[in-house]
Design a protein around this ligand. Structure first.
Ligand SMILES: Cc1cc2nc3c(=O)[nH]c(=O)nc-3n(C[C@H](O)[C@H](O)[C@H](O)COP(=O)(O)OP(=O)(O)OC[C@H]3O[C@@H](n4cnc5c(N)ncnc54)[C@H](O)[C@@H]3O)c2cc1C
Length: 533
């Protein structure tokens, strides 16, 4: 569809826009449509809560994120929107996080004396010798993630800091992870450079974030405020409403079949002029009626996801540890990362004499952990906490379990080709745009979801923005950039006349570094990106 066609459509009358998903992308789309005036957006949200993965769950007054959500962006219009919707409720939080490995805490980012002290002189020497050995006689082939990392960091460092955490996050051996994913994203990081940075205290990077913004009641507060504003202006956010079928012709969506409980009136059809979808793109394709062409369905079937489970624990004692979160590299426990919600905001914890933490586990929705009952998971998590020396299991007084399916779109060997097939076909459907994380199978942060939604709205008003080229850089979020080396990769995405997004091809560079304890980052979120099965 050309921008000319879109303009014509816009001029034909009032727009009705149906939006699938009440997460950051869907709500941003609805809000921005209303800002353009005269619209009555309808957001369909299948769950009973807004915010998607950036929601805040509440249990007996204790508030929990689905993984701590920092609010940090270089995309000015996104920042503006956050402050516009939540002008008085942001806290500026100092950031503290460490790596737990072999019974010791490693500063994060790496401090060389702390690391040497923890590893001991003997092991540190072995790491250096191993590094030199692999420099002199590298793997001749670099087909796997393991070979790729070993050639650059040495076998010992791979073994200490990449293998266990990576396999914990993805549940598959590093030998099965393809090298090209790592190669694409960490071209310029070397042990030499990382050690020099640690020794000199300098960094060949452009920013180290030691503080971030956070809504005082958690990220869900932002998305609840969005919902309230949308509804106050006459828009609708329909909860417990799942877009189950996408009824279409060859080049247009006509309506959505919305699945709803019988008690709420049962299923119905929702017609609209325009459709914006943030539901998982694979489900969108497979929900088409008439069905998408066989090769497109096949491509949708190839997209994979990693699921995520948080065992939240409430404990006696207010001061468990000072970190916002701790990465747990030790292979003898299953937990991957531990959030300490009081360090995010005092208001997340209603009882001053208690603390609440989130024990984060990576899993598959069909596996043993996912299907284990909550009480067993709580007991196991309490024992792991004790094993790590953070608290006695007996200090745990209560807990609950939050399961997040499709937390991570997987970047594996198949996904790019599969996505290209889907993308080409979706391009033939004129009044449908896909936005956001699973909506575009994009390993993103909130700002990318929001920016794609903003641009989708601009398209409805006649612009011709390619949402697939929006590539909001993640590195700044994870504090480690190699901007100097990456200037060729930088592109600027525009939002109207605003230079909105910084795009860096190697946006995940920090993630491998994080795996090695060499650079700062956010653990599970980026570890998940570190690895492509
Ligand atoms: C562990 C973890 C930590 C993270 N940390 C950060 C962070 O620190 N900072 C940050 O900015 N970002 C962070 N993110 C990323 C952030 O959560 C996402 O970028 C953001 O939530 C994506 O928003 P979205 O609207 O695109 O998708 P989602 O949040 O996935 O929202 C999609 C919504 O669509 C609904 N839906 C799905 N299918 C249907 C259907 N058929 N019909 C109706 N509704 C449907 C879902 O229920 C959901 O509410 C983190 C993510 C994870 C997993």
């Amino acid at each position: 569809m050309t921008s000319h066609d879109k303009r014509l459509r816009f001029q034909t009358g009032p727009r009705s826009v149906a939006i699938i998903g009440g997460g950051p992308a869907g709500l941003t789309a609805a809000y921005c449509l209303q800002k353009r005036g005269g619209n009555h957006p309808i957001v369909l949200e299948e769950s009973s809560q807004v915010g998607g993965i950036a929601r805040t769950e509440v249990y007996k007054g204790y508030r929990f994120d689905i993984g701590g959500h920092r609010f940090f962006t270089k995309v000015e219009p996104v920042e503006k929107l956050w402050k516009e919707v939540l002008p008085n409720d942001f806290l500026r939080r100092p950031r503290m996080s460490r790596i737990y490995y072999r019974g010791k805490y490693f500063s994060y980012p790496l401090k060389v004396f702390n690391a040497l002290n923890n590893m001991g002189i003997y092991e540190s020497a072995r790491i250096m010798l191993s590094y030199l050995k692999w420099k002199v006689r590298p793997h001749t082939e670099e087909e796997t993630f393991e070979q790729w990392v070993t050639n650059r960091f040495g076998g010992r460092l791979f073994w200490h800091f990449f293998k266990a955490y990576t396999e914990k996050v993805w549940g598959i051996p590093c030998k099965s992870i393809r090298a090209d994913w790592a190669a694409q994203r960490i071209q310029n990081l070397s042990l030499r450079k990382a050690v020099w940075n640690a020794v000199s205290g300098s960094n060949n990077t452009s920013s180290l974030i030691d503080a971030f913004d956070y809504p005082r009641l958690g990220p869900g507060m932002m998305w609840e405020a969005f919902r309230d504003k949308i509804e106050a202006k006459g828009g609708e956010v329909r909860m417990n409403s799942r877009a189950a079928r996408i009824i279409r012709t060859d080049d247009r969506v006509l309506a959505l079949e919305v699945a709803r409980d019988e008690k709420d009136g049962g299923p119905y059809k929702l017609e609209a002029d325009e459709f914006i979808s943030s539901m998982p793109i694979s489900e969108l394709v497979l929900g088409m009626d008439p069905p998408a062409p066989p090769e497109v369905q096949e491509a949708a079937g190839k997209l994979r996801y990693r699921d995520f489970l948080i065992v939240t624990l409430i404990l006696e004692g207010s001061d468990l540890f000072p970190d916002n979160w701790i990465y747990v590299h030790s292979p003898e426990v299953n937990v991957g990362r531990i959030q300490n919600f009081r360090s995010w905001s005092e208001e997340m914890v209603p009882d001053p004499n208690r603390s609440s933490i989130g024990m984060e586990y990576f899993c598959q929705a069909c596996d043993e952990m996912w299907n284990t009952d909550d009480q067993t998971l709580i007991k196991r998590a309490a024992l792991e906490l004790e094993h790590l020396g953070l608290a006695k299991a007996s200090a745990v007084v209560d807990g609950t379990v939050i399961r997040q399916p499709k937390a991570y779109p997987v970047y594996d060997g198949d996904y790019q080709d599969a996505l290209a097939v889907i993308r080409d076909w979706l391009g033939t459907i004129n009044n449908l745009q896909v936005v956001g994380r699973n909506g575009m199978h994009r390993y993103n942060n909130q700002d990318h979801s929001m920016l794609t939604a903003m641009l989708a709205v601009e398209n409805i008003y006649g612009a011709n923005k390619d949402l697939w080229s929006v590539n909001v850089e993640r590195s700044y979020h994870e504090e480690f950039e190699v901007a100097a080396d990456k200037k060729d990769a930088i592109q600027i995405a525009e939002l109207e006349d605003v230079h909105a997004a910084q795009m860096i091809a190697s946006e995940d560079i920090e993630q491998i570094a994080q795996g090695a304890g060499l650079a700062p980052s956010t653990g599970s979120e980026q570890a998940a990106r570190t690895i492509a099965a």
